[in-house]
Design a protein around this ligand. Sequence first.
Ligand code: NAX
Length: 327
Amino acid sequence: SATPVNVTVTGAAGQIGYALLFRIASGHLLGPDTPVKLRLLEIPQGVKAAEGTAMELEDCAFPLLAGIDIFDDPTAGFEGANVALLVGARPRAKGMERGDLLEANGGIFGPQGQAINAGAAEDIKVLVVGNPANTNALIAQRNAPDVPADRFTAMTRLDHNRALSQLAGKTGAAVSEIKDLTIWGNHSATQYPDIFHATIGGKPASDLVDQAWLESDFIPTVAKRGAAIIEARGASSAASAANAAIDHVYDWVNGTSADSWTSAAIVSDGSYGVPEGLISSFPVRAKGGEWEIVQGLEVSDFSRGRIDASVAELVEERDAVQGLGLI
Ligand code: NAX
């Protein structure tokens, strides 16, 4: 039988962790032929709850689950990891300044990057979910100088899926008929969900909706969906975030479908005027275990302004963590 793939999940005792682990163990992250060994990384206060989740995972008797280990030390947690899902992060407390938030997360993602550098497997693939995801991914990447930079990514797939669903709802199309949507920039309220290259049943999406809906409904609804979920549910998105993390890694490993691209925050090579080295969301395809940015798309003035605004926020965050000595 196949060698198990080591999957490290941080924040394993949290609500996304609870929604994520059962799907990884049942084969949805890597496919039905790949056994997995879970490595759960928590802070000491989270270990007991992670043990409870591990007991439930055992009780599912998943045929693909080859083992579960629990850690409160990043060096041990990332040892031999082939895939790392960095979910645990420091949330913004009331009255916390952005600098404090970035600094607190630097204290998490710096050491985790170093641990990945020290002990992860050669083929390590990292997805950062914990917010501020793009900049946390940048911190981890810069602290792992021996790992190819393109192994560090941040999640905008939830935003992408939200955009697909909103557009399907508006036009009455099935989600599966929509191709080539893009989320650009930061996973934050400045993100730009772009429909100008999207098609619905082969027709340009922009012919099927008007600019007013796009600007005053679609874009803000997608960008603020996280807040709307908190308002309705009394807790932040968890199952949908876990689902998006599964989609991201599954596509990265197995390749995107031939007929559409998707969105992921990956290290910029300077494409579309995004400064090299920033971890920013792009239209991407995955092939042979690597993401590539879809090239040659025409960018209208409207799109340019939105992309630039979100990228400017990423530059500010990068400069702030640089100023704090975190990268
Ligand atoms: P929870 O607070 O339920 O769980 C977080 C878990 O992380 C806790 O169990 C905590 O003990 C653990 N943790 C904290 N520091 C850690 C460390 N240094 N090492 C290991 N574990 C650590 O949060 P949850 O709802 O699961 O959300 C997790 C993160 O995902 C948050 O930062 C959240 O903002 C972010 N999100 C990102 C999304 C995205 O699209 N990129 C969407 C969903 C979500 O908001």
